[in-house]
Ligand binder design. Structure first.
Ligand SMILES: C[S@@+](CC[C@H](N)C(=O)[O-])C[C@H]1O[C@@H](n2cnc3c(N)ncnc32)[C@H](O)[C@@H]1O
Length: 241
C-alpha cells in the first residue's frame, strides 16, 4: 500500500503544487555550494520541485513511493528525467551531493523510529560537504486552529474534501475524499486516510550531528513563510580531514 493513489495524485498535482513552488527559491539558494553535484529528491510527487531543480541546471534523481505520482512526474518531466521508486525508510538511497524534500514526506512514515531511520539514511547517503534540506511536521502542527478542522476545494474536473484531527499529540490525520470524472458522465469517489507522525523536530539536529551532518531547525527554506508547525531541517555533511 502507498499514499497518493491515482485520483489524489492528479488533484495534488493540479491543485497543491504551490508549496513546492514557494519553497523552490530558498532550496536553490541552499544548493549553491553543490552547483555541479547530484541532487537526490525524496518524495518528489508529480515533480513540482523537480522541475525547478532541473530548470536551474541541476542533475537530479527524483524518487517517490507512489507509482501514480511517478507516472505524473514522468509525463511532466519527459523521458530523460531520472525518476525512481524508492520507499522510505528501508530502501537504500543512492549517494548524492545534496538531498532535498518538500511536502513533509518523512512525516508519512509510520512512527518516530521510522522517521529517525529515514533521517539517518539521508545522512548516510550524503557525500562529504553535501547539503541536506527537508521539511517535516513538528508536534506544534497538531494544534489545529478553530475553524480549520476541514477544508474543501472544487475545480472544473476535480473536487476534494478533507477533515483534520489530531487524536494524539504525535498524530495528525487527514481524512480525504476525492471526486474525479469517471469517463462515463458520473463522478468517481475515492478516499485516503493520511496518518502523519508529528515529532519534536528540535531532536533532529542532534540525531544528524551523530551521523556527521551539522544541521539546524528553521522556520523556512528561505524567506517564504511555511504553515505553523511545518519546520525545515537544513545543514551540510562534515568534511573529514
Ligand atoms: C504531500 S506529497 C508532496 C509531493 C511533492 N514533494 C510536492 O511538494 O508536490 C508527499 C509525497 O510523499 C510521498 N511519500 C509518502 N510516504 C512515502 C514513503 N514512505 N517513501 C517515499 N515517498 C513517500 C507521497 O507519495 C507523496 O508524493
Amino acid at each position: 500500500m502507498y499514499y497518493y493513489r491515482h485520483d489524489l495524485a492528479v488533484i495534488h498535482d493540479q491543485g497543491f503544487s504551490f508549496h513546492a513552488d514557494r519553497c523552490a527559491p530558498g532550496i536553490l539558494e541552499l544548493l549553491a555550494p553543490v552547483r555541479d553535484g547530484l541532487v537526490l529528491e525524496i518524495g518528489c510527487g508529480s515533480g513540482a520541485l523537480t522541475r525547478h531543480l532541473l530548470a536551474a541546471g541541476y542533475r537530479v534523481v527524483a524518487t517517490d513511493g507512489s507509482p501514480d505520482m511517478l507516472s505524473l512526474a514522468r509525463a511532466a518531466l519527459g523521458p530523460d528525467a531520472d525518476l525512481r521508486r524508492i520507499t522510505l525508510p528501508d530502501e537504500p538511497l543512492p549517494a548524492a551531493d545534496a538531498i532535498v524534500s518538500v511536502g513533509h514526506v518523512i512525516s508519512y512514515l509510520p512512527d518516530a523510529a521510522a522517521i529517525d531511520l529515514a533521517v539517518v539514511a539521508m545522512a548516510g547517503a550524503l557525500r562529504p560537504g553535501g547539503v541536506l534540506a527537508f521539511d517535516v511536521l513538528d508536534l506544534a502542527y497538531g494544534e489545529i486552529p478553530p475553524g480549520r478542522e476541514s477544508s474543501g476545494r472544487v475545480a472544473e474536473d476535480w473536487a476534494i474534501v478533507a477533515r483534520y484531527e489530531a487524536p494524539a499529540p504525535d498524530l495528525y490525520v487527514r481524512d480525504i475524499t476525492t471526486f474525479v470524472p469517471d469517463g462515463h458522465g458520473a463522478w468517481r469517489r475515492d478516499h485516503e486516510r493520511h496518518e502523519n507522525v508529528l515529532v519534536d523536530t528540535s531532536r533532529l539536529a542532534g540525531l544528524l550531528a551523530e551521523h556527521g551532518v551539522d544541521a539546524s531547525v528553521r522556520p523556512s527554506f528561505g524567506t517564504a513563510q511555511l504553515p505553523p508547525g511545518l519546520h525545515v531541517v537544513a545543514g551540510s555533511k562534515r568534511v573529514r580531514r
